[in-house]
Design a protein around this ligand. Structure first.
Ligand SMILES: *Cc1c(COP(=O)(O)O)cnc(C)c1O
Length: 421
């Protein structure tokens, strides 16, 4: 019989294939300009909590009401996470157990809807999320989804359309929030519509949670019945989800998450979220969030000067949606060429896109990750210049290779949180 060996093998010793891939990914994240709007760099502190022994513990239930013994530390961790998030957002109640943004939304359906109920959300092609009732999602299959859109002239949310649809369809639930919408959400206007038809209003702030926490985007807390979010986008926490709600809905939400949808919470993630919430309550984070928006606007202006077409003409938040049609290239080949040059973003449908979702007209750009590296307005101008050169030289591999060197050089001056190269 063998006891635990005195020397516990490292990851590199146990599994060099995975260790090498993680190392290579760390290098890629350091050497590239990462502009996927939903991504970020978490701090070393958040990474440490994520990689902790808390992953070993089962904690089904809630603090003080668990189904297994041994919760002395995990209860304290979850209570800290909850109190910090509540304070950060001014919420009456929070559930930090959802495994990610999609399960958080599914728990909200379970709390308030029966299969077949009517729900409304921004349609996916207009910048909404799959879980707001899109057809291929479970939320579009088990519920009757009536998506609203954006105006054909301005590409902004059409509140008249939302109200008209709501009055016709009498939805049980209305979602606001999106993944590719560069403008501020008017939560009070959605509240008024929800009240008129007696619907539950859910604000999904997955993308803008960090901006909301810092007061850079208006908050839906206290306006929407329920607020859902991921924790890993602008909030810069570990991968996870959370649900904030008014006290009156606390029991329904908690029961929907557990035992309704999930088993044991991911305690290591909860701890990392507590750390991220502490970080997000500092003046430095407020400055960070303000800089995200300043950078997005500066990048937008510099791109517009170079003839790039911005959907809605610009941005109020952390992202830009760019229609590549005037540049004569599809979003996908452009995103692929950008990656060869060291700029990573995603191809994206634009509103009323004449092209297919897998080969759409646009690209989506976000500034949360590059702002975490302290890049500023002059770097945004430089990045716009690089992006222009990629369009001009899209078929010229040696020019893309040269650009890649220049971009690597730029990145080498901007340390990334959590990366110790
Ligand atoms: C990212 C996102 C989600 C889903 O989050 P996952 O963690 O990927 O499941 C849900 N809603 C919105 C608006 C999002 O942007």
């Amino acid at each position: 019989m063998s006891a635990v060996p005195h020397h516990q093998p490292t990851l590199a010793e146990t599994d060099s294939e995975i260790a090498k891939l993680i190392q290579a990914e760390e290098r890629r994240q350091f050497e590239c300009v990462r502009m996927i709007a939903s991504e970020n760099y978490v701090s070393r502190a958040v990474l440490e909590a994520t990689a902790s022994v808390l992953t070993n513990k089962y904690s089904e239930g809630y603090a003080g009401k668990r189904y297994y013994q041994g919760q002395v530390n995990c209860d304290a961790v979850e209570e800290l996470a909850c109190s910090r998030i509540q304070k950060l957002f001014g919420a009456e109640h929070v559930n930090v157990q959802p495994y990610s943004g999609s399960p958080a939304n599914l728990a909200v359906y379970l709390a308030f809807c029966k299969p077949g109920d009517t729900v409304m959300g921004l349609g996916l092609p207009a910048g909404g999320h799959l879980t707001h009732g899109w057809s291929v999602s479970i939320t579009g299959k088990y519920f009757k989804s009536v998506p609203y859109g954006v105006r054909p002239d301005t590409h902004r949310i059409d509140l008249d359309d939302v109200r008209k649809l709501a009055l016709e369809q009498r939805p049980r639930m209305i979602f606001c929030g999106g993944t590719a919408y560069a403008r501020t959400w008017d939560f009070p206007a959605f509240r008024a519509i929800a009240d008129e038809v007696g619907a539950i209003l859910v604000a999904d702030i997955a993308h803008v949670a960090g901006l909301v926490a810092a007061g850079v985007h208006p908050t839906p807390v206290g306006i929407a019945d329920v607020v859902t979010s991921t924790t890993h986008k602008t909030l810069r926490g570990p991968r996870g989800g959370m649900i904030l709600c008014k006290a009156q809905h606390a029991k329904d939400i908690d029961r929907a998450v557990f035992p309704g949808l999930q088993g044991g919470p991911h305690n290591h993630t909860t701890a990392a979220l507590a750390v991220a919430a502490k970080e997000a309550s500092t003046p430095a984070f407020k400055e960070y969030a303000a800089n995200i928006v300043t950078n997005a606007k500066a990048l937008g202006e510099a791109l517009a000067e170079r003839g790039f077409a911005l959907i809605t003409g610009g941005t109020d938040n952390h992202l830009l949606l760019v229609d590549m049609t005037p540049k004569g290239v599809g979003g996908k080949p452009y995103a692929q060429a950008l990656e060869r040059a060291g700029i990573v973003c995603n191809y994206n449908s634009i509103p009323f896109d004449p092209r297919k979702p897998f080969d759409p007209s646009g690209v989506r750009l976000g500034t949360p990750a590059i702002t975490s590296r302290n890049m500023g307005v002059s770097e945004m101008r430089a990045i716009a210049g690089f992006m222009d050169r990629v369009v001009t030289h899209i078929a010229n591999e040696s020019e893309l290779e040269r650009l890649r060197g220049e971009i690597k050089e730029l990145c080498s001056s901007f340390p990334a949180p959590g990366i110790l190269l």
